[in-house]
Design a binder for this molecule. Sequence first.
Ligand code: FMN
Length: 204
Amino acid sequence: MEFGDTVRRRRMCRDFDGRPIAAGILDMLIDQARRAPSAGFSQGTGFLVLDEPRERDRFWEVTLPAVARAGFAFPGLLRAPAIVIPLAHSQAYVDRYAEPDKARAGLGESAEAWPVPYWLVDTSFATMTLLLGVVDAGLGALFYALDDYGPLRDAFDVSGDWQPIGIVALGHPSAEALSRPVGSAASRPRRSFDDVVRRGSWGA
Ligand SMILES: Cc1cc2nc3c(=O)[nH]c(=O)nc-3n(C[C@H](O)[C@H](O)[C@H](O)COP(=O)(O)O)c2cc1C
């Protein structure tokens, strides 16, 4: 697929047909995501993969308990054959920037010193690479947020130094899934090019 087509076709998928992802494809997509850039090549990103039935069941049990599931707007999301949780490791960046070639930046003391938390930026870059790879592979994905990552951390042993930035559910889109905008994109227009871009100065 042409890159421009991949970008334009990408749309969040909230309804899967339940078919499994062919062997090796998920690993290939994550391997691609691993090629995303990172500050100082710190590479403080990880991906927790839940693609075994027992793991997926546990995931839904702890993130969408039965009482919440009853009124859940996207029941087809629970048919996703794979859940991937991108994780950011701030200490990898602090440690990297304490090394001699980076020490001048003064960011090697603590995460609080960073004007921009690049562990979140880099894990987001890697996740976007994953999302575009998903489209290129003819699959669909939803990146979404949890209100509380505590139960997920407990269930899957995610220690406090790894920060989940969200959830990626992926698989084969149902026939209807990508035919129209869903969620916020259904009710909000995309901002225009001219609204997004200012040239030369950000002032009025
Ligand atoms: C950081 C982030 C958090 C999001 N959280 C949710 C979410 O919790 N639930 C959901 O249905 N979609 C979520 N989305 C998807 C957005 O609603 C979607 O990207 C936006 O409406 C544009 O639609 P499109 O991605 O289909 O083009 C999230 C997207 C991002 C980037």
